[in-house]
Design a protein around this ligand. Structure first.
Ligand code: DAK
Length: 244
C-alpha cells in the first residue's frame, strides 16, 4: 500500500484517512495477499504526518465527535491478521510514525528522519502515538521523543529498537520485497495466531496471556497446514501452505 501524495511529502489528508483503512481491509480479505507493506511515494518521505493545511478547529460538537472517531482510522492496520511491514524512507513524522507504529515490523532506509513533533504544533500525538510508542520502545525513550519532538536518524531509531533493520536507501524495496516473500512462505494462520497471541497478550497479565497462547496453540493443531509443515520436513521439501 503506497501513501501517494509525494508533492506534500505524503501528508495524510481526510481522503487518505478513509482510503488507507479501506485498502488495508481489502488486502486482508484478499486470499492472494500474504503480507501487507506500507511505503511512501517519491524520494523524500514515507509520510510527513497529518496534512497541516487541514488543521482547523471543529465547527460543532458533532464535527468534534466525528474527528474523535477518526482517531480510530489506524485500527484497521493494527487489527489485521496478516503481517504488516512499514518500509520507511526519508521523513517519517507525526501521523506517519503513528502509521508505522501500528505495523508489526518497521524497517528503515539510512536516510530516514523520524519524529513525533506534535507538541511543537500545540497538539498531542493523537493517532495512537502516546500509547504505541511507549509500548514499542519503553516509556523513558518514548517520552523523550514525544516531549521534545526531536528528530532522530535511522541509526538512532535502530539503537532504541524503533526499527528492526536499517538498509541503504537504494536497497529498501529489495529488503521489504524479501521480507514479504519470507512471510508469504509461512503458514498464514500460524502468522495470524502468533500476532494475536503477542499483540493481545501484551495487554494481559502473564497468566492470561499464557492461557490465550495455549488456546491458540491448541487450535492450530487442527489445521491442514500443520500437517503439511511436518510432512514437508519429513519429505525434505519446502512446505506449501494454503491457510487452512
Ligand atoms: N502537511 C501539509 N503539507 C505538507 C506537510 C504536512 N504535514 N509536510 C510537507 N508539506 C508540504 C509543504 O507545505 C510543501 O508544500 P508546497 O510549499 O510545495 O506547496 C511540500 O510539502 C514540500 O515541503 P517542504 O518544501 O517543506 O519540503 P522539505 O523536503 O524541505 O521538508 C518536511 C520536508 C517534511 C521536513 C517539512 O515539510 C515539514 O516539516 N513538514 C511538516 C511536518 C509536520 O510537522 N507534520 C505534522 C506532524 S503532526 C489526528 C490524528 C493525527 C494527527 C492529527 C490529528 N486526529 C485523529 C484528529 C497527526 C498529527 C501530525 O502528524
Amino acid at each position: 500500500v503506497t501513501l501517494d501524495r509525494p508533492t506534500v511529502r505524503n501528508a495524510i489528508n481526510a481522503a487518505m484517512r478513509e482510503d488507507l483503512p479501506r485498502a488495508i481491509r481489502a488486502a486482508d480479505a484478499n486470499p492472494d495477499v500474504r503480507a501487507i507493506v506500507i511505503r511512501g511515494a517519491g524520494p523524500k518521505a514515507f509520510c510527513a504526518g497529518a496534512d497541516i493545511r487541514e488543521f482547523t478547529p471543529p465547527s460543532s460538537l458533532t464535527a468534534s465527535r466525528q474527528a474523535k472517531q477518526s482517531n480510530r482510522w489506524l485500527d484497521a492496520l493494527a487489527l489485521v491478521g496478516k503481517p504488516t511491514i512499514a518500509a520507511i524512507h526519508g521523513y517519517c513524522l507525526g501521523g506517519g510514525l503513528e502509521i508505522a507504529l501500528a505495523c508489526d515490523i518497521r524497517i528503515a532506509a539510512d536516510d530516514a528522519i523520524i519524529a513525533l513533533p506534535e507538541v511543537t504544533l500545540g497538539i498531542i500525538p493523537g493517532a495512537g502515538g502516546t500509547q504505541r510508542l511507549p509500548r514499542a520502545i519503553g516509556l523513558g525513550p518514548a517520552l523523550r521523543l514525544m516531549l521534545t519532538g526531536e528528530r532522530i536518524d535511522a541509526q538512532e531509531a535502530y539503537r532504541i529498537g524503533l526499527v528492526s533493520k536499517v538498509v541503504k536507501a537504494a536497497d529498501l524495496d529489495l529488503t521489504w520485497g524479501k521480507l514479504g516473500e519470507q512471510l508469504s512462505e509461512a503458514a498464514p494462520r500460524a502468522l495470524a495466531y502468533t500476532k494475536e497471541a503477542a499483540r493481545r497478550g501484551a495487554e494481559m497479565s502473564l497468566e492470561d496471556g499464557l492461557r490465550l497462547e495455549a488456546d491458540l496453540s491448541t487450535l492450530i493443531q487442527g489445521t491442514r497446514d500443520r500437517i503439511e509443515g511436518a510432512s514437508a520436513f519429513r519429505e525434505r521439501r519446502k512446505p506449501v501452505y494454503l491457510g487452512d
